[in-house]
Design a protein around this ligand. Structure first.
Ligand code: NAG
Ligand code: NAG
Ligand code: NAG
Ligand code: NAG
Ligand code: NAG
Ligand code: NAG
Ligand code: NAG
Ligand code: NAG
Length: 424
């Protein structure tokens, strides 16, 4: 049973915005309005930003749609705020976008790139008729094998020290949305809407955020996508994400295949109608060190795998690593799952299952299992804590768990069994 108190608490805390005291752009000396052209607006945008210079604000006018027919690339910005009152749109022409993505002289890996910069703010519009980044992904998603299309554009790449993304709104991105590097990042009140109008499963849209940045706070996030809300991976350190509402996701995820990272906190989250909720994936045949990671205050509704921890992950688009050394696995320590209320989905698949068995197939799986903890052994999974889990299976009975590697370990808050989850 879902706790109505927890729901009430969440909704009470989720109304309104999450503005934080996080403005790096003090002392802006000048405001420049971005011109609108009759064709590709990208060259004009880049020259206007360059001409406006450091310590400035550049404004995209409301009521205007700027056409980004070619990618935007900015580097060496210093104390610049972009104010998006108008819309910015990729071409509504799949062939044209594919041609750009294939052209390595024009496309650096993302449609919008900000690198080697300090003090950059993107400010969205609170007006629903402006400030949208429009991808026209709905023209791509129904194509057979879209998920194999290497010419899908990635949307944003940021490698900035002191980045602020406020109220950024993305509509129908083709695929991957944010790649976050750099440090000192606050991202607030983001909306990622990859719903399709024709009911086609949004199963080829990729991660909301891929985060390798450090000292990050992501506060206020609503999404409909078809892959991870976020995937945090080394070398990221000190990442907090909170106040999340997500639909159709593959999880609030941490992954690793090398290096180390930790001090991650994911809290105050509701996940509906999804494949995976709180997720860790160590890549098969690799090793890495992850520490101090907490998922807490989650409500998980109709989700195939509410809590999922594995150390043998294989990306179906990439395949297993060649000559995988199966004696290697991630080292995880200080992982906590706390105050998680949830119920599973009767289905163990979503639209991303294009193989049999599905890429997400997990040994021992069943719709009655709500918690999967599949460790190589106790040496690889240390100091795990399960606190106040309240999980139900799709049959309405108390949720079961699927556990390996931690048999006989005490003091975790539950016992590693393949039976009902009982807090100890
Ligand atoms: C901007 O995009 C939004 C979302 O598609 C749309 O509702 C709005 O009409 C657009 N504004 C303009 C000026 O085209
Ligand atoms: C789409 O782009 C391609 C390649 O640039 C071009 O040949 C074609 O005419 C465009 N289609 C439309 C409808 O504009
Ligand atoms: C889609 O992919 C499958 C498996 O790779 C392949 O057999 C099939 O021919 C592809 N279909 C198209 C239309 O490219
Ligand atoms: C973690 O990151 C946040 C956001 O940048 C920052 O305010 C905080 O000081 C950082 N904490 C540590 C211990 O560095
Ligand atoms: C664990 O990570 C959280 C989130 O970054 C941080 O607040 C906390 O201080 C860390 N705990 C330790 C023991 O470092
Ligand atoms: C459960 O989620 C699936 C998508 O994962 C959706 O198709 C189904 O309608 C949802 N069921 C309910 C009762 O909302
Ligand atoms: C696999 O990894 C183990 C543990 O690090 C190591 O001892 C072994 O030599 C590796 N095997 C191969 C074939 O690399
Ligand atoms: C749970 O089942 C798996 C196979 O699905 C098995 O490997 C594991 O040892 C079992 N765990 C326990 C605690 O019995």
């Amino acid at each position: 049973m879902l706790s109505s108190t927890l729901f009430a608490w969440f909704f009470a805390s989720s109304v309104g915005a999450y503005w934080l005291p996080e403005d790096p752009n003090s002392g802006l000396q000048k405001t420049c309005v971005i011109p609108k052209s009759n064709g590709d607006d990208s060259p004009g945008i880049m020259s206007a930003v360059a001409a406006c210079g450091s310590n400035s604000q550049v404004v995209f006018s409301s009521g205007v749609t700027y056409n980004l027919d070619t990618p935007l690339q900015f580097s060496n910005l210093n104390n610049v705020e972009f104010v998006f009152n108008g819309n910015l749109s990729l071409p509504d022409n799949v062939t044209a976008v594919e041609a750009v993505v294939q052209n390595t002289h024009v496309y650096p890996g993302h449609w919008i790139t900000v690198s080697s910069s300090t003090g950059v703010t993107f400010t969205g519009s609170k007006d629903s008729s402006g400030g949208w980044f429009i991808g026209h992904g709905d023209l791509w998603w129904p194509n057979v094998n879209d998920s194999d299309n290497d010419y899908r554009p990635h949307f944003f790449s940021f490698k900035v020290t002191s980045l602020r993304l406020r109220g950024v709104k993305i509509l129908k991105p083709v695929a991957w949305v944010f790649s976050l590097g750099g440090e000192d990042v606050y991202m607030t009140d983001t909306v990622l809407d990859a719903r399709s109008d024709d009911g086609f499963a949004f199963n080829t849209v990729l991660d909301g955020i891929d985060c390798s940045a450090s000292n990050v706070v992501i506060d206020g996030w609503t999404s409909w996508n078809g892959d991870d809300v976020i995937n945090v991976a080394p070398p990221a350190v000190n990442v907090t994400m909170r106040n999340v509402v997500a639909y159709g996701t593959h999880g609030i995820s941490v992954s690793c295949s090398s290096g180390s990272g930790g001090d991650y906190l994911f809290e105050n989250t509701i996940i509906y109608n999804s494949l995976i909720g709180a997720r860790f994936k160590g890549v098969l045949g690799t090793t890495c060190n992850m520490y101090n990671i907490t998922w807490r205050n989650f409500v998980i509704v109709n989700v195939s795998y509410p809590i999922h921890f594995i150390e043998n992950y294989v990306d179906q688009e990439v395949g297993p690593p060649p000559n995988a050394n199966l004696s290697l696995a991630a080292y995880a320590s200080g992982f906590t799952w706390e105050n998680i209320v949830g119920a599973t989905s009767p289905s163990l698949e979503d639209g991303s299952c294009i193989s049999d068995p599905c890429w997400s197939y997990t040994t021992g799986q069943s719709p009655e299992k709500a918690l999967y903890v599949l460790c190589k052994d106790a040496d690889h999974c240390k100091d795990f804590q399960f606190v106040n889990l309240n999980l139900a299976g799709a049959d309405g009975k108390p949720g079961q768990m699927d556990c390996t590697g931690l048999e006989g370990v005490t003091g975790m808050g539950l016992t590693c069994t393949n039976g009902t989850v009982v807090m100890t």
